[in-house]
Design a binder for this molecule. Structure first.
Ligand code: CDP
Ligand code: MG
Length: 730
């Protein structure tokens, strides 16, 4: 086995924060203005009346271990002081390390102390997985059914009812709700959780909530709580008129950090070796305390996305049968957003005696989800990030190095319950060169959707909106230009009728435009199906060692008209099978049944939106050109032309891209393609592809291609003639 060279580093300056050793079982609490004086809050201050009231309202008996676990969290000792501050201030900022109990406990404290009587308590999360799994946990802690007093609301999945008082939701859903009720009047408290992540939607909510709070000051006051896992709270506090910042000290045991001696070309492979080394270390290293490991010896690996996670899962499963005698069982638990919920919940289950869990996660496990039992962290040093190129107006998903702040957070996950180890799959030199913190999304993203939403709320002048940090002017201009080309805004910047409709769909403007265009091209049924399929990441699954069989089965659905039509074929065939046969049908065709059920659900919801907007749902039969033309209506910027070397160049900026091997068109190489997604790793890969006719571009999007296509066409014609001469010569 190849041994990566690891270079041990402990408690150096770079990991000062995370290796700070606090062997305390009690949380400490401190008001910001007096940073040196730590104020210990005692439990006996808890209001007994309130406790009694709560017990009466809790329908099921809460298991003793849950009660003990809740009371052992650092946030518990700060409960009284927190409630006092909530009472005295309209906005409060809370900072504490991951795992302190902020997300699960603070909403319950509010619930138990009267805040639910004036309205719903919302807790926003940047990620849907976190909203779903944490609400599930909180409903268990409170002994209620998920969807009753405690619920969640994420795109295309609303599990709340009229009883719901604690509502975990994605930040994007709350922005959408503000479009329907610009005062968010049904909420008494809004908690913006994971504020340090600075997602685009959370940043927009900062501005919206600040103005809503002012408007609601006299009647129906709104309480705002900002929660963050990092210390840069000054910005938040200043923005909210010097709101108090409360620190809750978490537990953090020392973590030894190891770096690789050399740069690793393939961090998935390096992760494989490192995980196996950790797993079998106790066979040779007598200093490892087996009993301690039995209490918690799980490994958490940070990768960038589903592909890498599935790849490492496969590599590990291949190796597990060949582990040396005496090794424990190794249970592989992947977690990423497209994974079915039951499987996501598996990461929280304790590993059975004599076994060890290895969790393969995206940066969801960095601060959003706290998983118990982690002693080892393996950090790839990379993250997948959406980046907007304001020169051309296109988003791409790029795999980029993490920031120092992220590296420290990841390391911290190994030291929450006991002393741990963190294996950074990069050199110390690389670490030193990392950016201090990640760039907030608003500074690197396409903000067309935000502009459309703000305009719907009535905020027309984007540049003068009270942002926590403003987006770059170049992004604003390019995003406005995109909305203009999509016919969502007029030349004076006001929303068009079409723009108003687009904003109502829970879709990015490029998708909502495609959908509306499909009404004109009379293929809305097919486009609705395709968009529903694209919303679930992947409907296929490839069992290990069955790659060839999967490829053969996939051929049944293949359409030379592109991935979208191939997906449509799958859906149509699925629809043909009777409900009781669907499970078998999916199994036989390597289709993920749960994904298909999700697709049906999204489809039904989108149909409802269309009906409410009186948009007709019509089928184009097999006239697939209509579907392609509809997609050009939304994705006219995502187009590319084939080059003589069989690679592609984008039409908007002449950059080289390739068709991703998972595309059904990988071997086909049509002349012009349209793609829905661009992923940039070492190369730029386009995914979800349909072939189009170059001449359709100016026809469908004259605002963008009217003048420029002539030049492009000329170039293309030139190329075509060179190619035909070459062919002739051969
Ligand atoms: O928000 P913060 O990072 O401060 O902590 P939290 O998410 O409220 O987590 C508090 C505790 O709840 C941790 O010990 C988690 O492991 C536990 N938890 C759990 O056991 N299962 C979940 N699904 C979510 C949290
Ligand atoms: Mg949290």
């Amino acid at each position: 086995m190849v041994q990566p060279n690891v270079n041990k580093k402990t408690n150096n300056n770079n990991n000062k924060v995370i290796t700070k050793s606090i062997h305390s079982n009690k949380g400490k609490f401190e008001l910001k203005k007096k940073p040196v004086q730590l104020q210990q809050i005692s439990n006996d201050k808890i209001n007994d009346n309130n406790n009694l009231k709560n017990q009466l309202e809790i329908p099921k008996e809460i298991p003793k271990e849950i009660k003990l676990q809740k009371e052992s969290l650092p946030v518990f000792t700060a409960k009284d002081a927190l409630l006092k501050n909530f009472k005295e201030h309209s906005t409060v900022i809370i900072i504490s390390e991951t795992g302190t109990g902020k997300t699960t406990q603070i909403p319950q404290y509010l619930y138990e102390n009267g805040y639910k009587d004036n309205g719903i308590i919302a807790i926003t999360q940047p990620r849907r997985v976190a909203a779903v799994s944490i609400s599930k946990r909180v409903s268990q802690e409170m002994g209620v059914e998920l969807g009753d007093q405690v619920g969640y609301c994420v795109r295309f999945d609303d599990k709340t009812n009229e009883k719901t008082k604690l509502k975990y939701m994605t930040d994007g859903m709350l922005v959408r709700e503000a479009m329907l009720d610009s005062s968010l009047s049904k909420y008494s408290v809004i908690i913006l959780d994971e504020a340090h992540e600075r997602t685009l939607n959370t940043d927009v909510l900062f501005g919206l909530l600040k103005s809503i709070q002012k408007r609601r000051e006299k009647k129906n006051p709104l309480k705002i709580i900002i929660m963050s896992a990092t210390l840069d709270a000054e910005l938040f506090s200043q923005y909210f008129n010097n709101a108090p910042v409360l620190y809750i000290e978490g537990r953090q045991f020392p973590v030894q950090i190891y770096y690789t001696e050399e740069i690793q070309k393939d961090y998935v492979d390096a992760a494989l070796i490192t995980v196996l080394q950790i797993h079998i270390a106790h066979l040779t290293d007598k200093s490892i305390n087996k009993e301690e490991e039995e209490d918690g010896g799980d490994i958490l690996v940070f990768l960038t996305g589903r592909d890498e996670i599935e790849n490492l899962e496969k590599l590990l499963l291949d190796r597990i049968p060949r582990l040396p005698v005496g090794s424990k069982d190794l249970i592989v638990c992947p977690i990423f957003s497209a994974l079915p919920q039951e499987q996501q919940m598996k990461v929280f289950e304790k590993a059975p005696k004599g076994s060890r869990k290895v969790i393969l996660a995206t940066n969801i496990a960095e601060t959003s989800l706290t998983i118990n039992g982690i002693r080892y962290v393996v950090d790839s040093g990379a993250v997948k990030s959406k980046i907007f190129n304001p020169k051309i107006g296109i988003d791409s998903l790029n795999i980029i190095p993490i920031s120092k702040a992220s590296a420290k957070q990841r390391t911290g996950r190994a030291g929450r319950e006991f002393e741990g180890k963190c294996y950074r799959l990069y050199t110390q030199e690389t670490f030193e060169k990392l950016d201090t913190s990640s760039i907030p999304e608003i500074k690197r993203s396409n903000i067309a959707n935000v502009i459309l939403q703000l305009k719907t709320i009535g905020i027309n002048d984007i540049l003068s909106f009270d942002f926590l940090e403003s987006p770059p002017v170049a992004s604003v201009i390019k995003s406005l230009e995109l909305l203009f080309c999509l016919d969502a805004i007029s030349d004076n910047g006001s929303l068009t009728e079409l723009g108003k409709k687009m904003a109502l769909f829970p879709l990015d403007p490029m998708y909502s435009k495609t959908l509306i265009k499909s009404i004109e091209f009379e293929c809305s049924e097919e486009v609705l199906i395709i968009i529903s399929i694209l919303s679930v990441e992947s409907i296929f699954f490839t069992p290990k060692e069955k790659k060839k069989e999967v490829e053969d089965v996939k051929k049944i659905f293949f359409s030379p008209d592109g991935d979208h039509i191939t997906f449509l074929n799958v859906f149509r065939e699925f629809q043909k099978s009777k409900p009781q046969q669907q499970q078998q049908w999916c199994f036989d065709h390597f289709i993920n049944l749960k994904s298909m059920i999700k697709v049906l659900n999204v489809f039904e919801q989108l149909v409802k939106y269309c009906i409410s907007l009186k948009l007709p749902i019509v089928s184009c039969g097999s006239d697939f050109d209509r579907i392609k033309k509809s997609f050009i209506g939304g994705f006219f910027l995502n187009t590319a032309i084939l080059q003589p070397d069989k690679k592609y160049k984008t039409m908007v900026d002449n950059k080289e891209i390739q068709i991703h091997p998972t595309s059904f068109l990988f071997d086909q190489k049509p002349q012009h393609i349209l793609y829905n997604e661009l992923t940039i790793t070492t190369k730029a890969f386009a995914r979800n592809i349909i072939p189009i006719e170059g001449s359709w571009l100016a026809e469908i999007c004259p605002k963008y291609y009217g003048t420029r296509l002539t030049k492009q066409q000329q170039q293309q014609q030139q190329q075509n003639s060179i190619q035909s001469i070459d062919t002739f010569k051969n």
